[in-house]
Design a protein around this ligand. Structure first.
Ligand SMILES: *Cc1c(COP(=O)(O)O)cnc(C)c1O
Length: 461
């Protein structure tokens, strides 16, 4: 054994203890650290020949890299849609690395069964019926892509061909209809050979990001042949929701596959006051939910559900003599883009077991309450303008006067030490979004955020 490896192995408990203390100190500092430090990244160094051992590597990481990392796990990183990591999810993720299972094949031990138990809990959490089967993937982009891949195979089934066997050429031009699709849908279509141009945006309701069901019906009438509809449950700008029941009802008259992107919107179902927003979620043929956002497990984690596991197996089967048969309960190696994969379910398993439905409902409801507090403050503040009602957990706003991209970027910069927001364009106007999905965010943070907004607006005058 290499001497550095042998030395680290001999001191493993102590070295892990040092690492744990280090991680704890980082987490303890999250509340007060600059949310996104503006330090310059260090110069890249060449690969070391002899290595330095874990203790020195940790010292070097602490000195060179850590000061430049953001407090993304903390309570006031409100860019994109970014969750944090609950204590139990962190423990689960650490253990995922420690046990290092490849949860892929039934020839191996119980890892796959833990994943199936967790999928069952998630199905329950989001109010889905048993006809939805699921698998863990690395994020919502991959979950949308897997859903669209199953949709692609369904289109083939309608035409009597198999794109998985014969390629997408057998399908001809495909039309994918959506109101306000997330950018990852176009990326997925590109990866799947259906092409970004297949995506056709359908008009939304006036002043909304939710699809106009009548416009969708018109588009379906005009497009002949089997089609895919991507419904959106939680758009990124204003967290708007398509009327899922109205969209699904169109299947009675038009033939299409219904994929629902509920990356973070699915969590509305945890709050009795907001569950109506995802009414009809179970009607999806395939469904995407991100877990590294509002479930507050570490990156990279999402789940995909579908009613047509048979088609999923046709796309992702990885037949090889040494992997074992497909059987009635196919191994995950036959269900997802990856072959080898970590026991990704374990962090979700831990947080769901530790805090249950109620604990996760409390996180969702607290985030929504924080968004309302900040939304109200934006309305009340001279100089800012709310661009959409706060429907769930995002506040989308701009400057009341002269909202140029430069001035909004100056506003975001003035806030950056205290709170991190990301830019967008909504109804043609440059805007900022504050997205609440971190379990650590409380009233204390909304007070700091409101104060920071007041000061930043004043600094622009
Ligand atoms: C975040 C998000 C995605 C993409 O998720 P990743 O985890 O970044 O791959 C897709 N759809 C919606 C609605 C999202 O919010």
């Amino acid at each position: 054994m290499h001497p550095r490896l042998a030395a680290d192995l001999a001191q493993l408990p102590e070295l892990l203890e040092i690492t744990r203390r280090h991680a704890t100190a980082f987490l303890d500092g999250l509340d007060d650290a600059p949310v996104v430090p503006r330090t310059r990244p260090p110069h890249a160094e060449p690969l070391s020949d002899h290595g330095v051992g874990l203790r020195a590597a940790l010292g070097e990481f602490t000195e060179r890299w850590e000061p430049g990392l953001s407090a993304a796990a903390g309570p006031r990183y409100l860019g994109f849609v970014t969750g944090g990591v609950t204590p139990a999810a962190l423990a689960g993720d650490w253990l995922t690395a420690a046990v290092d299972q490849n949860a892929t094949s039934s020839l191996d031990a119980a890892g796959q069964h833990l994943e199936r138990e967790t999928i069952g809990w998630l199905r329950d959490l989001f109010g889905l019926s048993d006809s939805h089967e699921g698998a863990f993937v690395s994020g919502a982009t991959m979950s949308n892509t897997v859903g669209l891949a199953i949709a692609r195979e369904w289109l083939g089934e309608r035409l009597g061909v198999s794109p998985a066997e014969d390629g997408v050429g057998a399908l001809g031009a495909v039309r994918v209809l959506s109101g306000s699709p997330h950018s990852s849908v176009a990326k997925g279509l590109s990866m799947l050979g259906l092409g970004r141009a297949a995506l056709e945006t359908v008009p939304t309701l006036p002043g909304r990001e939710a699809i106009d069901p009548e416009a969708l019906e018109r588009a379906l009438r005009e497009a002949d042949g089997p089609r895919i509809v991507v419904a959106n449950a939680g758009t990124v700008n204003t967290v708007d929701f398509d009327d899922l029941r109205a969209v699904a009802a169109l299947r009675e008259r038009y033939d299409f596959w219904l994929h629902v992107d509920a990356a973070f919107g699915a969590f509305a179902g945890l709050s009795p006051d907001h569950a109506h927003l995802v009414d009809g979620l179970d009607l999806a043929d395939s469904l995407c939910v991100d877990l590294h956002k509002w479930l507050n497990v570490p990156y990279d984690s999402a789940v995909q559900f579908t009613r047509r596991r048979d088609l999923q197996v046709r796309v992702f089967q990885n037949a090889a003599a040494y992997l074992g048969p497909l059987g009635d309960t196919p191994d995950f190696v036959h269900l997802t883009p990856e072959n080898s994969r970590r026991l990704r379910a374990l962090a979700a398993w831990f947080t769901l077991r530790a805090y249950g439905r109620d604990g996760h409902r409390e996180i969702v409801e607290r985030c929504v309450a924080c968004a309302h507090t900040v939304g109200q403050a934006v309305e009340d503040l001279d100089g800012l303008r709310l661009l959409a009602p706060v429907r769930l957990n995002v506040v989308c706003f701009t400057l009341a006067e002269d909202p140029t991209p430069e001035r909004l970027s100056a506003l975001a910069d003035a806030l950056a030490g205290e709170v991190f927001l990301t830019p967008t364009v909504y109804t043609g106007l440059p805007a900022l979004r504050a997205a609440f999905s971190n379990w650590r965010t409380t009233d204390k943070d909304t007070r700091l955020i409101v104060k920071a907004l007041e000061e930043a607006v004043r600094s622009l005058r």
